[in-house]
Ligand binder design. Structure first.
Ligand SMILES: Nc1ncnc2c1ncn2[C@@H]1O[C@H](COP(=O)(O)OP(=O)(O)OP(=O)(O)O)[C@@H](O)[C@H]1O
Ligand SMILES: [Mg+2]
Length: 358
């Protein structure tokens, strides 16, 4: 986790949308709908901060990441980098911004070209940005990067298959650092790794953050992974952020029923705490992003859903109990009932005492 988070925004995302057209017909393609992969996302990343983004598979996390590094063009919305809208940029101006926002990918097994040496993989960004490292300097720069991520600089001529999963992810991180970016978008950087290796890679990212004054957008499936690294956490559901705030706020006082359900699924090491914890099982499946429910998109699975939830889209706003807070620590929730302190699922049928709790 970053020790020096400033209040200065480095990335500001507002109203970000990515809809993929759904077409029918082979010769005469007709649009019959849209996959609403990202459907109105707002957040700010501050300098030196780690913002964790979590949510189930298909909720739009990678699509947000791809738009931030310009691998996908937004359908609508704005991405501001240091105050400048970068969504419409092209040519040299776009290249300059891209240099500063780099991505680390999920799967170190498929994201590294097997036919390239590690030196060529890590140094490839210099082909596009030769101004960062003149040709004669590149080998030394790549060796420095190998050293920085904890790999032996003598491995520079080896191929990806000669490395373990954790080492490969270190190579991916070294490549992400090659252009000395200010922002790293890490899309599930440890999900494909063994649990024993995950902590090592997270510790490395943590160290690099202070060493290079990086700001991170750290994407994960699981709230337990982002907790260790995030200053703030945003929870996504079906293309939108439904709750966002300082990590302690989200973990200790979640106000959105979806966050509460996700937290109830996080493993608790303490057996006593585990016993007293309520496990929330959500009804039904996530609706299709081609057919998003009206009003609150979570209502079809929510135990608090009322008629208002069908009619009104809840704004992502500070619930009353957190209203004293301002700035980066604010805690926003997109639930009509977020003002209530306690949101609990319906009571389970009473235990049959004759069973002695079995
Ligand atoms: N190129 C595309 N064309 C059409 N639909 C797409 C495309 N890319 C993604 N989608 C759809 O958009 C939705 C969001 O996908 P995305 O990959 O962003 O989710 P995710 O949260 O990263 O999921 P995961 O946790 O599985 O990585 C999914 O329903 C996906 O099928
Ligand atoms: Mg993804």
């Amino acid at each position: 986790m970053a020790s020096s988070v400033s209040a200065e925004p480095i990335l500001e995302v507002s109203g970000l949308v990515k809809h993929y057209p759904l077409t029918q017909g082979i010769l005469f393609k007709k649009q019959v709908g849209a996959v609403k992969a990202v459907d109105g996302v707002d957040f700010t990343l501050h300098r030196g901060e780690t913002l964790g983004i979590v949510g189930e598979s298909g909720c739009g996390k990678s699509t947000v990441a791809k738009m931030l590094v310009n691998l996908e063009k937004p359908t609508a919305g704005e991405i501001r980098y240091k105050g400048e809208d970068v969504t419409g940029l092209s040519g040299r101006a776009l290249r300059a911004v891209r240099r500063n926002i780099q991505m680390v990918f999920q799967d170190p097994y498929t994201s590294l070209n097997p036919r390239m040496t590690v030196g060529d993989i890590i140094g490839e960004p210099y082909e596009i940005h030769p101004e960062v490292a003149p040709k004669g300097d590149r080998r030394r720069k790549v060796q420095d990067l190998l050293d920085v991520v904890g790999l032996n600089p003598e491995y520079i001529n080896r191929y990806p298959h000669q490395f373990s999963g954790g080492q490969r992810q270190r190579i991916g991180i070294a490549r992400g650092l090659a252009l000395r970016p200010e922002v790293i978008v890490a899309d599930e950087p440890v999900s494909a790794l063994d649990v024993s290796v995950q902590a090592q890679v997270i510790n490395l990212l943590d160290r690099l953050q202070s060493e290079f004054e990086l700001s991170y957008l750290f994407i994960a499936h699981d709230l337990s992974i982002v907790r260790h690294i995030s200053d703030r956490v945003g929870v996504m559901y079906l293309g939108r952020i439904v709750e966002i705030g300082r990590d302690a706020e989200i973990y200790d006082h979640p106000t959105h029923p979806y966050t509460q359900a996700l937290l109830s699924a996080v493993p608790v090491p303490d057996p006593e705490a585990r016993e007293h914890r309520e496990r929330i099982i959500l009804a039904g499946d996530v609706p299709s992003p081609t057919n998003i429910p009206s009003g609150c998109r979570f209502r079809t699975r929510c135990w608090k859903a009322a008629q208002r939830c069908e009619l009104e889209v809840p704004a992502l706003a500070v619930p009353a109990q957190f209203r004293l807070e301002t700035g980066p620590a604010a805690h926003d929730s997109a639930c009509h009932f977020a003002e209530e302190k306690q949101v609990v699922p319906p009571e389970e049928p009473p235990d049959d005492h004759t069973n002695g709790g079995v």
